[in-house]
Design a binder for this molecule. Structure first.
Ligand code: ADP
Length: 260
């Protein structure tokens, strides 16, 4: 699978006067999927001569327009496969748009995949320093936040053990606890409120609640409770297009209707 030729644009600016954090216009994303395998040069040439493309373009996002104001908490909802994660990855600059334009005003921190860069052979403590460095922190900055990271993750007794001996829940708790130290003007979160057990989720909810009003946030979630509890506005994506947008209660109703 490869990404289709990029003709869209992603622009990063830092404009303190504008009250927009994100503006997207006509945003589309297609992926190129192979349909027929060509074995070797001979067959590739043969396919070309016969006009067989050997791939098809799947349009995952189709003409998305959105504007997110500074300080807004916006929920993005929709069925699996509707294009939510692809939208977040376009906003984060992990993918480039096939068409359209995105402007990001300020620094953006994505919580899309937790624990990227974790090394299973190193201890929890060493991984805190490693992951912290990946997020751009210096050693002395990590020293200063180390105790808070361990306390939030509730892993005080385990930090000298190798990460491979942690349960997956423990690893996610540690990754999340490190990730939330990263400070950015815009946070984007993919289902991270769903990590860990109920108690840890409550702690994450309290953390996000404490940011509410001061921080621009985009949250992809299937939890309509979280949409209603945290979001100022919600957007439902269906088949790569915005199907419903507005007050969280209205969008939550539209989402629940998808299954009725
Ligand atoms: P959601 O987050 O709403 O579940 P995704 O954005 O993950 O949806 O996926 C939307 C569609 O795009 C799915 O059909 C998925 O298979 C496809 N898709 C996502 N990423 C890729 C990729 N890298 N290559 C090909 N298809 C992809």
């Amino acid at each position: 699978m490869s990404e289709k030729r990029t003709i869209g644009k992603r622009i990063e600016i830092c404009d303190n006067k504008s009250n927009s954090a994100i503006i997207a216009r006509g945003l589309s994303k297609s992926f190129r999927l192979p349909t027929e395998r060509a074995w070797g040069l001979k067959q590739t040439l043969f396919n070309r001569l016969r006009g067989i493309k050997g791939y098809r373009d799947q349009k995952v996002l189709d003409g998305i327009d959105l504007e997110i104001k500074k300080g807004e908490f916006v929920g993005i909802v929709g069925r699996n496969g509707s294009g939510k994660s692809t939208l977040l990855k376009l906003l984060a600059g992990i993918y480039y748009p096939s068409a359209g334009e995105i402007t990001i005003n300020g620094s953006l921190v994505p919580f899309i995949e937790l624990g990227v860069g974790f090394n299973m052979e190193l201890s929890g403590r060493e991984n805190v320093y490693l992951n912290g460095a990946i997020l751009g922190f210096s050693n002395s900055e990590i020293d200063a936040m180390y105790d808070d990271i361990v306390k939030f993750a509730e892993l005080g007794d385990f930090m000298d053990q190798k990460l491979k001996n942690y349960s997956s829940g423990m690893q996610v708790r540690l990754a999340f606890s490190i990730a939330i130290r990263a400070k950015g003007d815009i946070l984007i979160l993919d289902e991270v409120l769903a990590v860990g057990d109920a108690e840890f989720q409550n702690k994450c909810n309290d953390y996000f609640e404490s940011l509410h009003g001061n921080q621009t946030m985009i949250l992809v979630t299937h939890s309509m409770d979280n949409v209603k509890k945290f979001c100022d506005r919600a957007i439902m994506i269906e088949n790569g297009k915005i199907a419903c947008e507005g007050k969280p209660e209205k969008v939550a109703k539209a989402y629940e209707k998808l299954w009725s």
